[in-house]
Design a protein around this ligand. Structure first.
Ligand code: PHE
Length: 344
């Protein structure tokens, strides 16, 4: 009977050595050790145990156990060989090479306009200005009329406008209509807000002006606010944005909704042809229009101009960013060129 055991061990190890796939290995395991439903060869041999005489049994049992352990050990060893072979085969087929570096995950970032806008807002927040959101689709009334520009007023020509098909509704040409919204909501409290967002102008696109861009409107309304407060605020802004070495200047200007009106320029430089184009030959780049809120506008917002005064500014975010990063063409901002965007 021991012969049968020895023969089984010998044959089983032989056939195991031929096994080269996971399926064959499972089949081999089933044929030797059996499955839930069928007996394996080992069981079949062991089933003779009952027929053996008393003296034969212990030796047979011991040997049977040895064979079983040997076959289990051989199975385990073969399993790792087959696994390695299988992996090797997959690698050859190119299914997956675990040694290759992974596909890099592209790191996103905020658009340079958004970065600049947040920076601007943060500086004004430190000076006590809160952010007030107002809509990009506006009424003619808020965008023009209540800002002291009745229909047909020639000053409207300063803003070439995108009109919608609904009469009296347009894409705001500046963030100034937000002034009316804030004042009407906040009266009679003092106001210190910034209004960031996109504005639209139906005009020629050049290196210094775009059809759409971001503005940050500022509005402060209170008692005894003067032009000196506006100058101080803008000067402090420039200091924090660019550092104290940045030169800025205030230039007399005209806006229907401020009196007096100024424009704020930052020094750009005047060396190249491009500098000349961007600064209109002056060496200075305009970043904001500003002034003291016109009495009519205060009244339209509900504030009595005999008791209240205020200043307002409208800052171009992309212009401000151009100076900050040394970008010499405003068209880069909306051309969606990754070579540009990835630099920020
Ligand atoms: N709204 C003006 C513009 O877009 C800028 C401005 C804002 C001027 C506030 C004065 C006061 O050109």
């Amino acid at each position: 009977m021991l012969d049968r055991l020895n023969q089984l061990e010998h044959d089983a190890l032989d056939s195991l050595a031929q096994v080269n796939s996971a399926e064959d290995l499972a089949a081999w395991q089933a044929s030797i050790f059996g499955t839930k439903r069928s007996k394996g060869e080992l069981d079949q041999v062991l089933s003779v145990l009952g027929t053996l005489g008393r003296e034969e049994r212990p030796a047979f049992g011991r040997r049977a156990n040895e064979v079983k352990q040997a076959l289990l050990a051989a199975l385990e060893a073969r399993q790792s060989v087959v696994k390695a072979q299988e992996l090797e085969r997959q690698l050859q087929k190119g299914v997956l090479d675990v040694t290759l570096p992974g596909t890099p995950v592209h790191r996103g970032r905020l658009h340079p306009s958004t970065q600049a806008l947040r920076r601007i807002v943060r500086i004004f927040a430190q000076m006590g200005f809160e952010v007030y959101r107002s809509p990009e689709v506006e009424t003619d009334e808020n965008n023009f009329e209540l800002l002291n520009m009745p229909p047909e007023h020639p000053a409207r020509d300063m803003w070439d406008t995108f009109y919608t098909t609904t009469p009296g509704v347009l894409l705001r040409t500046h963030t100034s209509p937000g002034q009316i919204r804030v004042m009407r909501e906040r009266y009679p409290k003092p106001i210190r807000v910034v209004l960031p967002g996109m504005v639209y102008r139906y005009e020629q696109v050049t290196a210094r002006s775009e059809m759409q861009f971001n503005q940050v409107e500022g509005l402060a309304v209170g008692r005894n606010i003067t032009l000196a407060d506006l100058k101080g605020t803008m000067t402090e802004f420039a200091r924090q944005m660019y550092g104290s070495q940045q030169r800025i200047r205030f230039r007399c200007s005209y806006f229907p909704f401020t009196e007096p009106s100024v424009e704020v320029d930052v020094y750009w430089g005047l060396e190249t042809e491009r500098d000349r184009m961007i600064t209109k030959g002056t060496g200075w780049l305009e970043i904001a229009g500003a002034g003291m809120v016109h009495p009519k506008v205060l009244r339209n917002g509900g504030y009595d101009p005999a008791q209240w005064t205020g200043f307002a500014f409208g800052m171009g975010v992309e212009r401000t960013a151009m100076r900050l990063y040394g970008i010499n063409d405003i068209r880069y901002f909306w051309s969606n060129d990754l070579r540009f965007l990835e630099q920020f």
